[in-house]
Design a protein around this ligand. Sequence first.
Ligand SMILES: Cc1cc2nc3c(=O)[nH]c(=O)nc-3n(C[C@H](O)[C@H](O)[C@H](O)COP(=O)(O)O)c2cc1C
Length: 133
Amino acid sequence: MNTLDQLVYCSRSRLAPDDEATAMVDIVHVAAFLNARNGITGALTLQGGVFVQVLEGSPSALDILMLHLHFDERHEEIEVVARNRIERRAFPAWGMAAPTRGQCGVLSRLIAERSTDLTAWRGALSALLAEPA
Ligand SMILES: Cc1cc2nc3c(=O)[nH]c(=O)nc-3n(C[C@H](O)[C@H](O)[C@H](O)COP(=O)(O)O)c2cc1C
């Protein structure tokens, strides 16, 4: 069986607030293409200047993507808060939760705590993805 890892990281956006929406479209465009090629799925959101991304795929594919992410000047202070082996994907399709206009209380708390509870992060991101844009 293929080994699958899931990780969640937080990073600080270096984007001007006015550029966030366009940048998110660019990121998701590239990510959808490259992630499909690399067997990576997950979800991304941006709230209060903090990116939160859940990523799942083979351990080596995730390690390589994390290296690329460290060189991306659109964000800084990347912190992997949780990483675990998983049985099956929580986000079988690559998804993106639009930058939240309001604040998602659950997500704010997880970000503030830099929670290591992968299940809680997954739940928060799944709830945002389910929301109509
Ligand atoms: C917050 C954030 C999330 C990103 N997520 C992904 C991703 O899931 N997959 C991906 O291939 N690139 C993602 N990127 C873009 C990568 O940093 C990088 O630009 C892309 O992998 C192309 O690599 P290269 O610029 O080294 O050619 C993300 C960038 C940012 C700022």
